[in-house]
Design a protein around this ligand. Sequence first.
Ligand code: ZN
Length: 191
Amino acid sequence: MSDKSQDILILKLLEETHAVLKGHFELSSGYHSSQYFQCAKLLQYPKYAELAAKLLTEKFDTDIDTVVGPALGGVIIGYEVGKAMDKKAIFTERKNGVMVLRRGFELEPKEKLIIIEDVITTAKSAIETTTVLESLGAKIVGYGCIVDRSCGKTDLDIKSLIQMEPVIYSPDNCPLCKQGSKPEKPGSRFK
Ligand code: ZN
């Protein structure tokens, strides 16, 4: 599939599942935006999670041992990528704010891993996951996500299905507020 037709397909799925909404929103960070984005809305449909994983898998060398999905966002899509590649799929998680490998998951020395997330914005989780896994002797050979919102602001080589730049405004300088509309809180629209 070409990058262009893949972009169109993924955007269509994100809109269809209401993972992407257009309007005027007050985000949980307090910022306003013309776009609300929640990848879990796409992943609530296993057939779309499976499809996204298949498309992501095509971007990676299959010469890896294990797929790691940092919790929570990476768990579902990481598992699906592991399934599509027929590799082991594990996850890291935060304990008291620190990314760790728990649950008895074990790594071989020099085990080749890819890190998969639903969304990468600041890449904080991906970087912290890299640090913990490398400290255990593993080798990180790639990063992937469904939606890349990092806009090239990280040093990681991220493979994604679509790139979407977040557009955020501080509430006192929001052009949508200035046009007279009131922001809605994400999630309130469909109640
Ligand atoms: Zn506003």
